[in-house]
Design a protein around this ligand. Structure first.
Ligand SMILES: [Zn+2]
Length: 487
């Protein structure tokens, strides 16, 4: 081999390596997708920390030119004009083959011209053959649902998560005791599959259910359901079902099409109906994805105030779309919506509740699912009896020697070694060795939920009544004994 050939190969390899590390231009291109008035396009750019797409674009463009000039690499470009990528590589939205997150992240990645995240599949049994009867009175596809039916309710919905902001949003909703609905996407924006135990997403989804929120589907990888084949569309729904089932033991009956796109004539609405889904859109758009900066988010707040002030909580209700993929939505807009709606007399509820659909109808059970290996013996509801040689907590603290099970302070042991029944006790950081943790949602989809409206009152009432009765009985017995001894 001649020296100049060797040099050319080395330069090519160096260029490819650089491109892999820094990624090409598709992040920027994805951001510039046009929005239409009907379909709410959500560009969802979530750049990596310290990642400057503009800078990368210039450098990357230069490299691509160099590559083409020196090597005439025939397979580097891809797409409708150039064809598919070499086996095992992804075709980015800008039309370049590669294997980085920037190349393979869906929905930007071109799924017909190479590998994409969308082609990955969650592990575990398929859900395809699970029966899908249309239970309840809320219409299923092909009909679309655009508004709530219960006056005075406001259903806040958040699409595209979980994301790095979702934990903060759950904290906020907990503080306001405000149930919401999360339209979950399984593997979008390079975040990895939601059921991967090494990622934070599954814990967040579990936390949503124990905080009384509703989980709904927003497809596996956020493809436009009107623009893909019937088979790809079914994949988008079924893969997300398997991933959510892997976390919760059941999967949702409610969904929202990405970009709100499920157009007549595409077969989309009918197919979703056949799969047993309610197709949920919205009657109020916060435009939060357009206003995700401290300077612009006031625009979304103004629209919100204008709409709500024009209505009346005695007769109106609202089904509102927002996105927990956006920082300003989570750290700014949502609290404003919660405060304003409360001041005007609206009650925050889930989509299922704003349609008067019983909670049992929100999910489909997978009766064949036995859960994770270490969860096989988990209780289906409430605490289990512990065989550990621990004493029951007498002062509300818990840990290696004291369990919350059987104590009067609550059944879950928090990360701060305190017994209680709230999300902060039973959710993330909960100590399984010293009490019950809400790590598994029963297979009927009806989460054990100490915080949900109704169950909170009923449960705490029952508990406190029990304690009062018990204390009174003990007191009477002691008094009787004293009286007997005295006599
Ligand atoms: Zn979306």
């Amino acid at each position: 081999m001649h020296l100049h050939q060797l040099l050319a190969i080395l330069i090519t390899l160096a260029g490819l390596a650089y491109s892999c590390i820094h990624g090409p231009t598709e992040l920027n291109n994805a951001i510039e997708e046009p929005a239409t008035s009907q379909d709410q396009l959500q560009p969802e750019p979530v750049p990596m920390p310290g990642f400057d797409p503009v800078d990368v674009e210039d450098q990357s463009q230069r490299l691509h030119l160099q590559l083409r000039g020196i090597t005439q690499q025939p397979n580097y470009q891809c797409g409708p004009k150039y064809g598919t990528c070499p086996s095992g590589t992804c075709c980015s939205s800008a039309g370049f083959c590669g294997t980085t997150t920037a190349h393979c992240r869906s929905p930007d990645c071109m799924l017909d011209y190479g590998l994409c995240d969308t082609h990955r599949s969650p592990k575990g049994p398929l859900t395809k053959d699970i029966p899908r009867p249309h239970i309840g009175r809320v219409p299923y596809g092909p009909q679309e649902i655009r508004s709530c039916t219960v006056p005075g309710t406001i259903a806040l919905t958040f699409d595209d998560g979980p994301t790095r902001y979702t934990g903060d949003l759950l904290d906020l909703l907990d503080r306001y005791d405000a149930p919401a609905t999360f339209f979950i996407t399984g593997i979008n924006n390079g975040k990895g599959p939601i059921d991967d135990p090494s990622l934070p997403w599954a814990d967040l989804i579990e936390r949503m259910t124990i905080s009384g929120h509703q989980i709904a589907s927003h497809t596996w990888s956020h493809e436009d359901l009107s623009k893909i084949t019937a088979e790809q569309r079914q994949d988008q729904m079924l893969k997300n079902e398997v991933a959510i089932r892997n976390i919760l033991g059941s999967f949702p009956t409610y969904m929202r099409p990405p970009y709100s796109s499920c157009v007549p004539g595409s077969g989309c609405r009918e197919a979703l109906g056949d799969l047993g889904y309610h197709i949920v859109l919205y009657d109020f758009d916060t435009d939060d994805y357009k206003n995700d900066s401290p300077n612009l988010i006031q625009l979304s707040k103004d629209i919100f105030d204008r709409f709500l002030n024009a209505g009346n909580s005695k007769t109106n209700s609202w089904l509102i779309i927002a996105h927990d993929a956006h920082e300003q939505t989570v750290h700014n807009l949502t609290e404003h919506m919660l405060k304003t709606s409360a001041r005007l007399g609206y009650r925050p509820v889930t989509v299922g509740d704003c349609l008067r659909d019983p909670r049992d109808n929100w999910y489909r059970a997978d009766s064949s699912w036995t859960g994770h290996q270490n969860k096989k013996k988990s209780p289906q509801k409430g605490p289990k009896k512990s065989n550990a040689p621990q004493q029951i907590s007498v002062d509300g603290t818990c840990g290696a020697n004291y369990t919350c099970l059987g104590s009067r302070f609550g059944i879950c042991c928090s990360s701060k070694n305190l017994c209680g029944n709230t999300t902060s006790h039973c959710g993330h950081g909960c100590k399984k060795e010293a009490g019950y943790c809400a790590v598994h949602v029963p297979s009927n989809g009806d989460a054990w939920d100490p915080l949900s409206p109704g169950s909170k009152g009923a449960k705490s009432e029952a508990d406190s009544n029990g304690r009062v009765v018990g204390t009174a009985a003990v007191t009477s017995l002691v008094l009787a004994l004293i009286v007997a001894m005295w006599m």
